[in-house]
Ligand binder design. Structure first.
Ligand SMILES: C[S@@+](CC[C@H](N)C(=O)[O-])C[C@H]1O[C@@H](n2cnc3c(N)ncnc32)[C@H](O)[C@@H]1O
Length: 187
């Protein structure tokens, strides 16, 4: 999974927001960000991540907030990152709407999430196991149609890769938010 994170986050440029950063596993891979804001609602995870912020090569801030209520202005970021988070948030539709709001028009949404399986046996198993799994895995849902929700929120897929199948089929996606990115001077 380290390689997948590294490849995905190579595309994180400009002012970057990561939602649900956990213990900061993505921190070593932000080589092209101008600035980085991490959010995490769990105070203990936030405390563990804060210890590593000084190691980053760009200005980094950590804000304790859930993805459903991001305390940032509209269009504040050029890139938003979510890895293994949208399976767990309380209200994924609201979280995705918030991500769209804080991204500038034409901004990049980078995701690595496990999602609902294709129709068939694995999907049925996900539906069956999710109630128990949620209790065991801190609210994680096996069967969320996360990619469909991202597209329903108006994001356009640029590239989506399916990594494996089974109970936890991983998807790595790059999405563009609606609208045209503002013109910037070339310097
Ligand atoms: C499986 S961990 C993934 C952590 C990290 N993103 C990674 O890739 O290693 C799930 C994370 O989602 C966070 N989380 C749970 N509910 C959330 C919410 N409503 N908004 C944002 N993050 C949330 C958890 O606190 C946890 O840090």
């Amino acid at each position: 999974m380290r390689g997948l994170r590294e490849e995905l986050l190579a595309d994180a440029t400009g002012d970057v927001l990561e939602v649900g950063c956990g213990t900061g596993r993505n921190l070593p891979f932000y080589h092209h960000a101008k600035s980085l804001v991490l959010t995490e609602p769990d105070p203990e995870m936030a405390r563990r991540t804060r210890r590593h912020l000084g190691e980053a090569a760009m200005p980094v801030e950590l804000v304790e907030a859930p993805a459903e209520a991001l305390p940032f202005a509209n269009g504040r970021f050029q890139t938003v990152v979510s890895t293994l988070v949208l399976c767990t948030v309380r209200d994924p539709a609201v979280a995705i709407a918030e991500i769209r709001r804080v991204l500038e028009p034409g901004g990049l949404f980078l995701v690595m999430e496990h999602t609902q399986a294709h129709p068939g046996g694995w999907r049925r198993a996900q539906d069956l196991l999710t109630p128990a799994w949620r209790h065991l895995a801190a609210g994680c849902h096996l069967n969320r149609p996360t990619l469909a929700m991202i597209e329903a929120a108006g994001f356009s897929p640029l590239r989506v890769v399916e990594v494996g199948q089974g109970l936890l089929p991983l998807r790595v996606g790059r999405y563009r938010s609606p609208g045209q990115a503002p013109q910037r001077p070339p310097w």
